[in-house]
Design a protein around this ligand. Structure first.
Ligand code: IPM
Ligand code: MG
Length: 373
């Protein structure tokens, strides 16, 4: 009897704890991450778990402190963590450094060091934000919910590059290459996602010109045989860029290379009203993931309290869903964001009749709503 009681007490007092490495980064990074942490804590309190945060350096702040954009200590800490939360990196201050010493090299380095080959970038329109979208209501239709699955550790971002000479003039080159296993694994992630959603997958390439795209297409077609329920189509990247604004409702899941995914996910984000709304998850096929907004560090507005923290807040919702399997808490954060958008706006998404609030006030509001208050 007493033993039972002891066990019961243990159950209620020992909360599940998740270790998160926090990379605040540069520019608006620290401000938006602070708001996301408020929301995580609120979700933990309501749903019965807690977080330990381990702050590490990456990007410009790491260059200033250590001379390196990605210190080994940061890599080691990330590898041991349950998950990684990132703000944003980069800024004018470091723009003149050579490529491998720039803040962005830290971001590419951590993606690669953790093997985060699958980048999920959902472009979803929140109902209250419909009027903020530059796309007409009649084109958007009832709902817009696209998932861009971007390959993240291969392609031209990681190919051989350098300076050379061409016809006697100084020149430079970058190379795009994909191996079959690299294409197979990202294709499977995309098909799996499509199975959980609308069962429609668009593979985007430039197979009319690029050999790497022809291999991409062949491989995706082969993998599609494992997923007979998913309707697969192929689109050239230029056409896809056009179709995203002409008829975005035709898309469910889009799978594409590192570079095309970079470009198309920015475009898709605008449909949802503001780039300040788009979250992302970078996964390695295990529970470890890196979660970050898709926008940059916006040094022009840093420190003014006007940045939109919602993309980072939605990124922690993705963390709860994909790394911790806490779907209920993730749903609560997404619902809180929807409600917050009805009550307040940061300047990037301001609308007549709805009060404009600061970064911190928006974070407080979403945290309060997440807590169920
Ligand atoms: C992104 C960013 C990065 C990328 C930059 C900052 C290196 O644009 O995450 O989309 O190109 O991957
Ligand atoms: Mg980008």
């Amino acid at each position: 009897m007493a033993e039972n009681l002891d066990e019961k007490l243990n159950e209620v007092t020992v909360l599940k704890n998740y270790n998160i490495v926090v990379l605040r980064g540069d520019g608006i990074g620290p401000e938006i991450v602070a708001e996301a942490i408020k929301v995580l804590d609120a979700a933990g309190e309501r749903f019965g778990f807690q977080f330990t945060y381990d702050e590490q350096l990456m990007g410009g702040c790491a260059i200033d402190a250590t001379g390196e954009p990605l210190p080994q200590q940061t890599i080691d800490a990330c590898k041991q963590a349950d998950s990684v939360l990132l703000g944003a990196v980069g800024g004018w201050k470091w723009d003149t450094l050579p490529g491998s010493k720039r803040p962005e090299a830290g971001l590419l380095g951590i993606r690669s060091a953790l093997g985060l080959y699958a980048n999920l970038r959902p472009a979803k329109i929140f109902e209250p934000l419909k009027s903020a979208s530059p796309i007409k209501d009649s084109i958007i239709g009832d709902q817009l919910d696209i998932l861009v699955v971007r390959e993240l550790t291969g392609g031209i971002y990681f190919g051989e590059r350098g300076r050379c000479e061409k016809n006697g003039a100084p020149a430079a080159y970058d190379t795009e290459s994909y191996s079959v296993p690299e294409i197979e694994r990202i294709a499977r992630v995309a098909f799996d996602m499509a199975m959980k959603r609308g069962k429609k997958l668009t593979s985007v390439d430039k197979a009319n010109v690029l050999e790497s795209s022809r291999l991409w297409r062949e491989t995706v077609i082969r993998i599609s045989k494992e997923y007979p329920e998913v309707e697969l189509n192929h689109m050239y990247v230029d056409n896809c860029a056009m179709q995203l604004v002409r008829n975005p409702a035709q898309f469910d899941v889009i799978v594409t290379s590192n570079m095309f995914g970079d470009i198309l996910s920015d475009e898709a984000s605008m449909i949802s009203g503001s780039i300040g709304m788009l979250a992302s998850a970078s996964l390695a096929g295990s529970s470890l993931g890196l979660y970050e907004p898709i926008h940059g560090s916006a040094p022009d507005i840093a420190g003014q309290g006007i940045a939109n923290p919602l993309a980072t807040i939605l990124s922690v919702a993705m963390m709860l869903r994909y790394s911790f399997d806490e779907a209920e808490a993730a749903d609560a954060i997404e619902a809180a964001v929807d409600e917050a958008l009805r009550r307040a706006r940061t300047p990037d998404i301001k609308e007549d009749g709805i009060p404009v609030v600061s970064t911190g006030e928006m974070g407080d509001l979403v945290a309060k709503l997440t807590a169920g208050e």
